[in-house]
Design a protein around this ligand. Structure first.
Ligand code: CA
Length: 355
């Protein structure tokens, strides 16, 4: 009888121990992520969704990230605040949206005449860029990671050809952010219009030009049907999205899940760049077949020179107000000098002989 009881006790203890280890092992961590994007805005929304799917699969269901599009939380430009304040654990957005709150966040998306996507990824992951980004975001209590690149964005759709600075002066253009400030210095009347109203504004001559992204995302907007001059890019050569993670939330995750999250974000970022490259190729092929009158143009040199001069002045003005911004911009410049030599002798010269 006694032996039986002892055996029973052992069995029960063993069972309890087993069950508790099982539970400890299978604790599920559920995080909520808010994006700036609408539910169907490919490829931007896909980056967040892919990341969540990878984290779920790699963690065997222990890390579940629920992605909320902007129609859910109704605050597309409030992502940093929501992650900072803890309403959301994570975010997917673009760093330059917070430049009004913290100017130091500006250079982590893309700078006019700055790094290209491969150069910028090299800077982030191997050249010290990621460390600088964490330094800037530290005071907000969030970690920031690259979240997918659009690559070079096009300079925009124009109803009329721009041959000189006079043609640019006085035209009304939708071009937000820092690039808009540069255009304003060249005499452009810069306006910001909600994305849903852009086509009508262009169609009704309320604006003469606008920039959006590139063929992959412009094709659905239909601008090519009414503004045939498509200018090449200068202002957003590598717009990088970002993942934000509340620091307290990140630190509470077990070590393996932190690594799974980090790897999922990194892979989703690269993947969006590849996805968007493919989408651009397909969309451009379709556009030029359907609308053969589209003309791809590059701004003439005097305009480019004026843009570069305005860019320089504006950067100096901003840098004089923030030491940290100056540190980031100088770091990017120094890196670009080095990496551009390689870009020139590799992709650039290769393409020159093979186009
Ligand atoms: Ca843009």
């Amino acid at each position: 009888m006694k032996t039986k009881n002892v055996l029973k006790l052992f069995l029960t203890a063993g069972l309890l121990f087993g069950v508790s280890t099982l539970f400890a092992k299978e604790k599920v961590y559920k995080l909520k992520l808010a994006t700036t994007w609408g539910p169907t805005l490919s490829p931007l929304i896909d980056s967040a969704k892919n990341m969540a799917q990878m984290a779920k699969t790699m963690s065997n269901g222990r890390l579940i990230i629920k992605v909320d599009a902007s129609n859910k939380h109704k605050s597309p430009l409030g992502i940093l605040d929501m992650v900072k304040g803890g309403q959301y654990d994570m975010g997917h957005s673009a760093s330059y949206y917070w430049k009004g709150k913290d100017i130091n966040t500006l250079p982590f998306t893309s700078m006019p005449f700055g790094l290209t996507a491969p150069e910028q990824y090299a800077w982030f992951y191997y050249g010290g860029g990621l460390e600088l980004m964490q330094k800037v975001y530290e005071k907000h209590g969030v970690y920031s990671f690259p979240g997918g690149s659009t690559g070079v964005q096009m300079g925009g759709w124009f109803r009329k050809e721009i041959k000189n600075l006079d043609d640019l002066s006085g035209i009304k253009m939708r071009i937000p952010g820092f690039a808009g400030e540069i255009m304003a210095k060249l005499g452009v009347q810069v306006t910001n219009i909600a994305p849903g109203e852009l086509y009508t504004a262009l169609d009704r001559n309320n604006i003469d030009a606008l920039e959006w992204v590139g063929p992959s995302m412009d094709v659905k907007m239909g601008f090519h049907k009414i503004a045939p001059f498509y200018y090449t890019g200068w202002h957003e050569p590598a717009s990088e999205m970002q993942f934000l993670v509340n620091q307290k939330v990140f630190r509470k995750l077990p070590k393996d899940l932190r690594e799974i999250l980090r790897v999922s974000m990194r892979l989703a970022a690269y993947d969006m760049y590849a996805q968007n490259y493919d989408m651009n190729a397909i969309a451009w092929d379709k556009m030029k077949k359907e609308f053969p009158n589209i003309q791809v143009k590059t701004f003439p040199k005097p305009i480019m020179d004026a843009m570069k001069a305005a860019n320089k002045t504006l950067r100096q003005e901003m840098s004089s107000k923030s030491k940290l911004l100056k540190e980031v911009l100088d770091h990017q410049d120094a890196y670009m000098k080095k990496v551009r030599e390689w870009s020139k002798m590799s992709d650039y010269l290769y393409l020159q002989d093979n186009i």
